[in-house]
Ligand binder design. Structure first.
Ligand SMILES: Cc1cc2nc3c(=O)[nH]c(=O)nc-3n(C[C@H](O)[C@H](O)[C@H](O)COP(=O)(O)OP(=O)(O)OC[C@H]3O[C@@H](n4cnc5c(N)ncnc54)[C@H](O)[C@@H]3O)c2cc1C
Length: 465
């Protein structure tokens, strides 16, 4: 641990926009903007000269339809990987917003249809698409698309739907549904016929379409112009392979340790065939990226075998699972299961490069002692910083156990183990968790029971959908 004093205080590495106050202000500003965008159509309708009311229920139902369309447009912003929007919340929380808003959106659309179907059949006209007006059929197509979007996402794992095919279906249904909804609104012409309101709807539509074009065309094009080359593919143990990528164009900017990027190898960046992976090294080490991949499915298997020299495309950085958001913490508790070690390794690399003096306790759960990714790497890092690593092994070997030169425990990470290993003063340190979902749930509960404040528990989730 020599030489620590020559390094600056840890807080020096925290950027102004990562301080709590800045993060909270941005989060509130985004939420206010969302509320304004949803309310805007109603304000314009009410402020203008509304057409003669034709019954509360009918107008209410139209209101539900307009709100559904606003929410649908907003979904493109939530899934468009807009960095300033993701920054205060984190990519996983935004996915959760996206999911709940989708349920709300479908409920509003069904409510819109149901009210007209029950009380204002004359407005709906005939349902048979052969005889119905096209813009009315478009409305029903939109509703069908959005119901299918939510159902296919909620049931994806149960239906065994392959992730990539689900994603393509998702994008196609979203575009078709949104386009059909716009056609329906403009075709029906309620509250859209006069110059002001028509301009508002056209403007909003163009803004959302611009956002889609930016996400699906402009950003992939930027990736295509800035390729990366795989310069190394090495074994880390436990089947994990690390790809080292060198920038052939612009390197990543503004990257924090613990963040992730979307990686596409062997396909064009336009192909939607990309996967999120943690950058398992720290920006302090230079512009090369390391991506450590555990082959758990078809694509991760393929990616882990990428030959050196191959071109790759990277979209990032994203995510908030970083020590760079922790200016004032007295230390860190890190808890990893299996390949969930990758974001923690990245953060540890940063602490190592900076010779950060703060203590770190890492509990690392693995199945076997023989196969542990980054075992030696962790030992090297522990020579440079105040890092205590405890390997928790589910099936320890019969012979030579426990090893003399490592701290180990048998079994799983549970409340007793945490009570035994974590000192009282660590309660207010950030607890950074990454691993399989059941492990995260059990550890989170045990930490809460131990009195760790919720705000001090942060987890990275590898299965977003
Ligand atoms: C923020 C984040 C960081 C990650 N970091 C790492 C890492 O450092 N190392 C590592 O080995 N794995 C990491 N993963 C997991 C990795 O993305 C998946 O293992 C990989 O995408 C699986 O793809 P597959 O085709 O091999 O498997 P499949 O069998 O097709 O998928 C297995 C599961 O992985 C998830 N998944 C698959 N594709 C995607 C995708 N494009 N986007 C989101 N989720 C997907 C789905 O939940 C799916 O059910 C990370 C995931 C996330 C969300």
């Amino acid at each position: 641990m020599g030489g620590m004093t020559q390094h600056a205080h840890p807080a020096r590495h925290i950027r102004p926009e990562d301080h709590d106050l800045a993060v909270w202000s941005r989060a509130i500003a985004w939420i206010l903007l969302a509320v304004i965008l949803i309310a805007l159509p109603f304000v314009v309708i009410l402020a203008g000269d509304p057409p003669a009311a034709r019954g509360f229920l009918r107008d209410f139902s139209l209101g539900l339809g307009f709100s559904a369309l606003s929410l649908a447009g907003m979904q493109f912003a939530l899934t468009g990987r807009i960095k300033p929007l993701l920054h205060p919340f984190g990519a996983d929380i935004v996915v959760v917003f996206h999911r709940f808003l989708s349920w709300g959106l479908v409920a509003l659309m069904l409510g819109h249809f149901a009210i007209l179907y029950i009380w204002h059949q004359d407005d709906l006209g005939v349902l048979n698409p052969m005889h119905a007006e096209p813009h009315m059929t478009a409305g029903r197509v939109a509703m069908g698309c959005f119901v299918a979007l939510v159902a296919s996402s909620e049931l994806r794992q149960r239906l065994g739907l392959d992730y990539l095919w689900w994603r393509r279906l998702h994008v196609a249904l979203a575009l078709l549904g949104f386009g059909a909804a716009i056609w329906h609104v403009l075709g029906a012409g309620h509250f859209t016929g006069r110059d002001g309101t028509r301009g508002l709807w056209l403007g909003a539509t163009l803004a959302w379409l611009g956002l889609i074009a930016w996400t699906r065309l402009w950003r992939p094009w930027q990736q295509w112009r800035n390729p990366w080359r795989v310069v190394q593919n090495r074994d880390e143990g436990d089947g994990v392979r690390t790809l080292v990528l060198r920038p052939e164009g612009r390197p990543l900017t503004g990257w924090r340790p613990g963040q992730f990027a979307w990686l596409a190898v062997g396909t064009s960046p336009f192909a939607l065939r990309e996967h999120p992976f943690t950058i398992s090294t720290a920006p302090d080490k230079g512009p090369e990226l390391s991506i450590s991949i555990k082959p758990l499915g078809d694509d991760s298997e393929r990616l882990s075998k990428t030959p050196e020299g191959t071109i790759a495309y990277v979209d990032g950085p994203y995510g908030t699972f970083s020590i760079d958001r922790e200016a004032d913490s007295g230390g860190f508790v890190m808890i990893a299961g299996g390949v969930g070690i990758t974001p923690l390794i990245a953060n540890l690399h940063a602490l190592q490069e900076r010779r950060d003096p703060r203590p770190v306790i890492l509990l690392y759960a693995s199945k076997d002692w023989e196969e542990i990714a980054f075992r030696e790497e962790l030992r090297r890092i522990a020579r440079d910083i105040d890092l205590r690593v405890i390997h928790v092994i589910q099936d320890p070997p019969e012979d030579d156990w426990p090893p003399q030169d490592h701290e180990t425990r048998e079994g799983m990470i549970d409340a007793d183990l945490l009570a035994d290993l974590l000192p009282d003063e660590s309660r207010d340190w950030p607890h950074m968790l990454c691993g399989p979902a059941p492990m995260l749930e059990a550890v989170r509960k045990a930490l809460r029971d131990k009195g760790v404040p919720l705000a001090r528990i942060d987890s990275e989730i590898f299965e977003m959908v």
